[in-house]
Design a protein around this ligand. Structure first.
Ligand SMILES: CCCCC/C=C/C(=O)SCCNC(=O)CCNC(=O)[C@H](O)C(C)(C)COP(=O)(O)OP(=O)(O)OC[C@H]1O[C@@H](n2cnc3c(N)ncnc32)[C@H](O)[C@@H]1OP(=O)(O)O
Ligand code: NDP
Length: 256
């Protein structure tokens, strides 16, 4: 993507940047001149990612569970001390597991809501209060999922991501006059480390359920994120961009 140095020396935070989609987002920002902080819960994973990313530009990591408000404030303090500002937040960290609603324990439901809805809100509010509202400038991109027709088989994450989809619209308006833009990217099925954790029988042949007959790549998602964070999208806010090969419009994601 030609971005004409749009991200030169911009400070970018990518949650869950140690693997998969988040790793590609971090790499693309670095390649386009940004300084990037990646976060996650697993230090070894983050260190390995830094080793692979450091040739592309200035990148550091912080351990931060997005469900832990104290850890999020510590992360904000780290960025404030190191850079004095934050330009772009990518809320990519998240995850869930397949389960029919009837089999979900209350704790299983809560863990997925916490991970994908509450964690995203905690991170967004903390970074807005610490940086964006004071700066009167900021750009937020939330990674959600294909929830266009609901998410049968993963109703917990469907509910959580629909919450983030709507939060994106609300905050786009609440913060529009403060120079803050917020959009979302909804990936379809992406060939990534995350997908490797799903049962084989669910994933086998899944590309056939995608109209374009292939899975997306982590770079496909990263390109959409960079577009929304770039000046090319300066008049776009409160929007969700589907990166799904048309899947939201056609058939089932997986057989129940
Ligand atoms: C095939 C189509 C794919 C569709 C496209 C989507 C793809 C992706 O999003 S891939 C990328 C995402 N990566 C992941 O999803 C990572 C894998 N998931 C997780 O790491 C976890 O599921 C978690 C983060 C969502 C939950 O972690 P945590 O809160 O630490 O969970 P606990 O181990 O404490 O368990 C809490 C609660 O949840 C139940 N549970 C956890 N995993 C499963 C499971 N695989 N199946 C059923 N139930 C599960 C667990 O049993 C606990 O409940 P209780 O037993 O009642 O206490
Ligand atoms: N791959 C796909 O087909 C799709 C993916 N998505 C979403 O895209 C995002 C990236 O997924 P993908 O790259 O595929 O999968 P990964 O599992 O590789 O990435 C998820 C990342 O999030 C981090 N993470 C998860 N929970 C937390 C938490 N509580 N606090 C901090 N970090 C956390 C993980 O790091 P660590 O383990 O170090 O905490 C990991 O780096 C996720 O939100 C996912 O649900 C949505 C639709 C489809």
């Amino acid at each position: 993507m030609i971005l004409q140095d749009s991200f030169q020396d911009q400070i970018v935070l990518v949650t869950g940047g140690g693997s998969g989609i988040g790793f590609s987002i971090a790499k693309q920002f670095l390649t386009n001149g940004a300084k990037v902080v990646i976060t996650g819960r697993n230090e070894e994973k983050l260190q390995k990612a830094i080793e692979k990313l450091q040739d592309a530009g200035e990148v550091t990591y912080q351990i931060c569970d997005i469900r832990e408000q104290e850890q999020i404030q510590q992360l904000a303090d780290y960025i404030k001390e190191k850079y004095g500002r934050l330009d772009i937040l990518v809320n990519n960290a998240g995850g869930q597991f397949p389960s029919l609603a009837k089999d979900l324990s209350f704790n299983g439901w809560t863990s997925v809501i916490n991970n994908n809805l509450n964690g995203t809100f905690y991170m967004t509010q903390t970074m807005a209060n610490t940086f964006f509202l004071e700066q009167k400038k900021g750009n937020i991109v939330n990674i959600i999922a294909n929830i266009f027709k609901g998410f049968p088989g993963m109703s917990h994450t469907g509910a959580a991501r629909a919450g983030v989809d709507n939060l994106t619209k609300s905050l786009a308006i609440e913060w529009a006059r403060q120079g803050i833009k917020i959009n979302a990217v909804a990936p379809g099925i992406i060939q990534s480390t995350g997908l490797e954790r799903y049962p084989k029988e669910l994933v086998e042949g899944i590309a056939k359920t995608v109209p374009v007959n292939e899975l997306g790549s982590t770079d496909d998602v990263a390109h959409a994120v960079l577009f929304l964070a770039s000046p090319y999208a300066k008049f776009i806010t409160g929007e969700t961009l589907y990166v799904d090969g048309g899947q939201r419009l056609w058939g089932d994601v997986f057989t129940l």
